[in-house]
Design a protein around this ligand. Structure first.
Ligand code: HEM
Length: 339
């Protein structure tokens, strides 16, 4: 119980603040993925501040409602304790990724561990809120609440700034992060670039030399595309936490897709995976057949893939089979495909 006159927030205020911060962390994390590369920085910054604010408030939570809850001996106390540990582990893996102290093992990365844990946080948070409903009241928003929210934000902001300073002074890998939080990997070395796919996509079987590529209803030879290609430097920034600059051999879509009706352009992969682009994007997205002067490898989208500079990895459709105009607007799709 807080003493009268003390500036320490009440247990109820700490709980409300923490619940809000967890939601904010989740939303800003998802947004940092959903937006184009140039817009990611404000979201990763807000994400870091809200995530580290959880850490700042943790001692108050532990010495307040956690201690009294454990003494009360409710049956659900172990689930609550588990919830707390999952939140701390989520923050911990976020920090490991951001500082570059631990990248993961093979393809299993610190960031994916962070994302999986955060997916567990959500249902646990829903259970916590529903089993201990704290309906916010205007009396919660008193001077003490505003001061502690302000002090928490300043402390969390200080931690983010301090972390960036230490990472640079010590020369940790985190210093090379882009605005998306991705680490540089295998730039100009396409052979070492990881092979990843969105969720359940697999490398399609089929002979790349007999590839069927249809652009606006007309069959196009991949060799024709390759002959018309020009080198293009572009960053592939994967949602898995790495980015890689390559010199792609690519043709702007506008050169092979004649102007025509339709509000958007649909690019479909041999796997069925598809993304819609606004029709105005035809001049700024490319069909690539190679990189670094060599043909693409199967895992990287051979024989033809999309290169979408400025957009996150899931937009770079691999194994392209169809390019077509459609009346469906590009905004009418999930920011992340569902399979
Ligand atoms: C309640 C859930 C979450 C919490 C508490 C949380 C917390 C954190 C923290 C503390 C960091 C380290 C930031 C830093 O020190 O610079 C971090 C990094 C990161 N998180 Fe989350 N996170 C959550 C959910 C998510 C989700 C859902 C996503 C994406 C879908 C996400 C994506 C990221 C990314 C990309 C980074 C690296 C940012 C960077 O390196 O600057 N997080 N997170």
């Amino acid at each position: 119980m807080a003493r009268t006159g003390s500036l320490r927030p009440t247990a109820r205020q700490v709980n409300l603040l923490l619940e809000g911060l967890l939601v904010l962390s989740f939303v800003t994390g998802v947004m940092s993925w959903a937006v184009d590369l140039g817009w990611a920085r404000p979201f990763t910054l807000l994400h870091a501040v809200s995530g580290l604010a959880v850490l700042v408030l943790a001692p108050l939570k532990i010495t307040g409602s956690v201690r009294s809850g454990m003494k009360r001996g409710r049956r659900s106390r172990w689930l609550s304790a588990g919830f707390g540990l999952v939140v701390l582990a989520t923050v911990g893996f976020g920090l490991l990724h951001a500082t570059g102290l631990w990248h993961g093992v093979g393809y299993w990365s610190a960031l994916w561990t962070h994302l999986l844990l955060s997916a567990v946080v959500l249902p646990l948070l829903a259970w916590h809120v529903l089993s201990r409903p704290l309906r916010p009241a205007t009396t919660d928003l008193n001077r003490r609440a505003l001061l502690s929210a302000g002090a928490t934000t300043v402390a969390a902001g200080g931690l983010v700034g301090g972390q960036e300073l230490v990472v640079r002074l010590v020369g940790l890998d985190g210093a090379d992060r882009a605005g998306t939080g991705s680490h540089e990997l295998a730039s100009f070395d396409p052979g070492s670039m990881p092979v990843v796919s969105w969720l359940d996509d697999r490398i399609p079987e089929g002979d790349p030399d007999r590839w069927s590529l249809t652009i606006a209803g007309t069959e196009v030879e991949v060799a024709q595309l390759a002959a018309a290609s020009e080198p293009l430097e572009a960053v592939l920034d994967c949602t898995g936490g790495w980015r890689s600059v390559q010199r792609w051999d690519a043709v702007p879509l506008a050169e092979v897709l004649a102007d025509g009706p339709g509000r958007a352009i649909r690019i479909t992969s041999a796997t069925g995976y598809a993304r819609l682009f606004p029709r105005s994007a035809a001049g700024s997205i490319y069909l690539a057949t190679g990189y670094g002067g060599r043909p693409l490898r199967p895992g990287h989208g051979a024989p033809v893939r999309l290169v979408a500079p400025g957009r996150r990895g899931p937009w770079w459709v691999k194994w392209v089979t169809t390019v077509e105009r459609t009346d469906r607007p590009a905004w009418l799709q999930f920011p992340f495909p569902l399979s």
